[in-house]
Design a protein around this ligand. Structure first.
Ligand SMILES: C[S@@+](CC[C@H](N)C(=O)[O-])C[C@H]1O[C@@H](n2cnc3c(N)ncnc32)[C@H](O)[C@@H]1O
Length: 259
C-alpha cells in the first residue's frame, strides 16, 4: 500500500457506486456518494459494476436491517469513500469509519466540503500494526452495545495474519446482537493460494500500489472467520471484481454473528 496518496481502489469503487440507484433513510442523502466523489477525475472500468452493485446492495441491506432492528453503532473498516453515514443517517445511530491516514485525510476534507463531517467519526489506522479494539475505544465506540461491523472489499488487501487479528479484534468488542458483513475473495479448491494471488495481481494495474494478499479456498476463508469468533449465518456468491477471472476465483458476501 502506497501511503503517500489516498487509496485509488476505494475511489474506483466509490465512483462506480455513485452510478447505482440506491435506497436512503428518511434523513439520508441520496446524493451522498456522488458528492463525496466530486473532482476524483477518472473513470473506473465498466467491468467493476456487477461486483460493486452486488456488494453495495448486500451491505446497504445489512445497514438498513441493523438500524431497523435497533443497532445504534455501525463500524466500517477500510471505509474509503463509503457514503453510508450520510445515506443512512438516523437519529441516535453512530457511524465509525476506519482507514489509512492518507485516505482518511482526503475523506475528512471531502466531508467538510459537503457539510457532512458531523455524520461520522473517522479514525486513521493501519490494520497491519494497530489494535482495532483500542482504536475504536479511543474514538468512542461502546463495546457493550451491539454493532454492525462492515469489511467490504478490505480483507483481500490484508495478509492472512492481519485478517485474523482484525476479525478477532472486532469480535472482542462485539456483544451479542452484533453482526459482521464481509466480502471475501476465494478460489477453487486444490490450487496454491500464493500462486492464485500472484497471477491475479499480474493482471491488475492497481497491484503495484494496492496488491491483493488474501485469496483462499472458500472453506478455509470461512474457517478464518470462525477461528476469529464469528458464526457465519449466510453466504452469497457475487460477481468477481476483475476483468479476467482464473483459478475459480469468486467473491463471497458473508453475514456472520458473534459466538
Ligand atoms: C477497495 S477499497 C474499499 C473501500 C470501501 N470499503 C468500499 O467498498 O467502498 C479498500 C480500502 O481498504 C483500505 N486499506 C487497505 N489496507 C489497509 C490497512 N492495512 N489499514 C487500513 N486500511 C486499509 C484502503 O485504504 C481502501 O480504502
Amino acid at each position: 500500500m502506497n501511503h503517500a496518496v489516498p487509496s485509488r481502489t476505494s475511489q474506483a469503487v466509490a465512483l462506480t457506486r455513485a452510478t447505482i440507484d440506491r435506497p436512503t433513510s428518511a434523513e439520508g442523502s441520496a446524493d451522498a456518494q456522488r458528492l463525496l466523489c466530486e473532482g476524483m477525475g477518472f473513470t473506473p472500468p465498466p467491468w467493476l459494476l456487477p461486483s460493486i452493485e452486488a456488494r453495495t446492495r448486500f451491505v446497504d441491506g445489512q445497514v438498513q436491517d441493523a438500524i431497523a432492528g435497533g443497532v445504534r453503532q455501525v463500524v466500517i473498516c477500510g471505509a474509503g469513500y463509503d457514503d453510508r453515514a450520510l445515506r443512512f443517517r438516523a437519529d441516535g445511530v453512530r457511524f465509525f469509519e476506519l482507514d489509512h491516514p492518507d485516505t482518511q485525510a482526503d475523506k475528512a476534507r471531502r466531508l467538510r466540503a459537503i457539510g457532512g463531517e458531523a455524520a461520522v467519526t473517522l479514525a486513521a489506522v493501519d490494520f497491519r500494526t494497530e489494535d482495532v479494539g483500542a482504536i475504536l475505544a479511543g474514538c468512542g465506540h461502546d463495546a457493550q452495545q451491539p454493532t454492525l461491523f462492515i469489511c467490504e472489499g478490505l480483507l483481500v488487501y490484508l495478509d492472512e495474519q492481519t485478517c485474523h487479528r482484525l476479525l478477532a479484534g472486532l469480535a472482542a468488542c462485539a456483544p451479542p446482537g452484533s453482526r459482521l458483513a464481509v466480502s471475501i475473495a476465494t478460489h477453487a479448491d486444490g490450487r496454491d493460494s500464493a500462486q492464485v494471488v500472484a497471477s491475479a495481481n499480474a493482471r491488475r494495474r492497481a497491484a503495484a500500489a494496492e496488491p491483493w494478499r488474501t485469496i483462499l479456498p472458500a472453506g478455509q476463508h470461512l474457517d478464518l472467520l470462525a477461528r476469529a469468533g464469528w458464526t457465519v449465518s449466510r453466504v452469497t456468491q457475487s460477481p468477481t471484481a476483475s476483468s479476467e477471472v482464473s483459478d475459480g476465483r469468486l467473491s463471497l458476501l458473508v453475514l456472520a454473528a458473534i459466538g
